[in-house]
Design a protein around this ligand. Structure first.
Ligand SMILES: NC(=O)c1ccc[n+]([C@@H]2O[C@H](COP(=O)([O-])OP(=O)(O)OC[C@H]3O[C@@H](n4cnc5c(N)ncnc54)[C@H](O)[C@@H]3O)[C@@H](O)[C@H]2O)c1
Length: 264
């Protein structure tokens, strides 16, 4: 018996990295998946992988900053599966730049994906989750939502916003008897493509790191007590826990999975 048997799950940013691992893991554990990404072809590939492994999945192209698309995505979950129980607001970007040089456009672009996307997921997802008998929303924050880091002012601002929005929405859902639990996940340094995409021109986040092709391992070696980066499966396992009834009494809380980064 799977840990999320019979549930319907929506994962955003599911074409790659943590989102892909979360989608594959939830499907393996019995959930039916709607996988979305701004990279629609990538989302289709992940849905095909899930089906090839014996699971149930449908894909949609979705830019999480677009409200009309959110309405269509939630309608698709209802039309295709008749319900929604798990929403993983995973899509996110990371801009690494100094507060002195980062453009306002870049700051706003990052916030639109990392904050507005989570807001609209909650706004449009909650009514269907409640109508489906209840469920769980999992918002991807970061250790950067718990502590500051140089060259990360914009990213820390966006992930700090996700952390407290999660708590506020959790309280609203609890007080309104909406039967929706809302928690945030705080990954440390995880081996994904986000690191290679992150680097702004001339920014040297860690001494000795190669800014042409920044690797999670370079950063993890310098900053993580355990000395190595986490895997996408480490985070997917935490997401699975929050999606499943094993976490039935958890809402408004923070699941930190960081190899000790925030223990310093
Ligand atoms: N990798 C890490 O070390 C790490 C650490 C802490 C938090 N996180 C967070 O975890 C989440 C996933 O990160 P990842 O490392 O897997 O990143 P990734 O870059 O590997 O994957 C992110 C996915 O999001 C998609 N995406 C980007 N913009 C989008 C948009 N506007 N609409 C829909 N999809 C969009 C991308 O196409 C990609 O498939 C992010 O919220 C990130 O901030 C990652």
């Amino acid at each position: 018996m799977g840990q999320v048997d019979g549930k319907v799950a929506l994962v955003t940013g599911a074409a790659a990295g943590i989102g892909k691992a979360a989608a594959m893991t939830l499907a393996r554990e019995g959930a039916k998946l709607l996988v979305t990404d701004i990279d629609g072809a990538g989302a289709e590939r992940v849905a095909a992988d899930i089906r090839a492994a014996g699971g149930v999945a449908t894909a949609m192209a979705q830019d999480v900053t677009d409200e009309a698309t959110w309405i269509n995505v939630i309608a698709k979950a209802k039309a295709e599966f008749g319900a929604l129980h798990v929403l993983v607001n995973n899509a996110g970007v990371a801009v690494m730049d100094s507060v002195l040089t980062m453009s306002l456009d870049k700051f706003r672009w990052q916030n639109a994906i990392n904050i507005d996307g989570v807001f609209m997921g909650c706004k449009h997802g909650i009514p269907l989750i409640t109508a489906s008998g209840g469920g769980s929303i999992i918002n991807l924050s970061s250790v950067a939502g718990l502590m500051g880091a140089p060259m990360m002012a914009g990213y820390c601002a966006s992930k700090g916003a996700v952390r407290l929005m999660t708590k506020a929405v959790a309280m609203e859902c609890a007080e309104g008897q909406m039967k929706v639990r809302v928690n945030s996940v705080h990954p440390g340094i995880i081996e994904t493509e986000i690191w290679a995409k992150m680097v702004a021109e001339g920014v040297m986040p860690v001494e000795g790191a190669n800014t042409e092709a920044l690797q999670a391992t370079d950063v993890a070696t310098a900053l993580t007590p355990v000395g190595y980066p986490g895997t996408v499966q480490n985070i997917a396992d935490g997401i699975l826990f929050l999606a499943s009834d094993a976490s039935a009494y958890m809402t408004g809380s923070e699941l930190v999975i960081d190899g000790g980064v925030t223990a310093r």
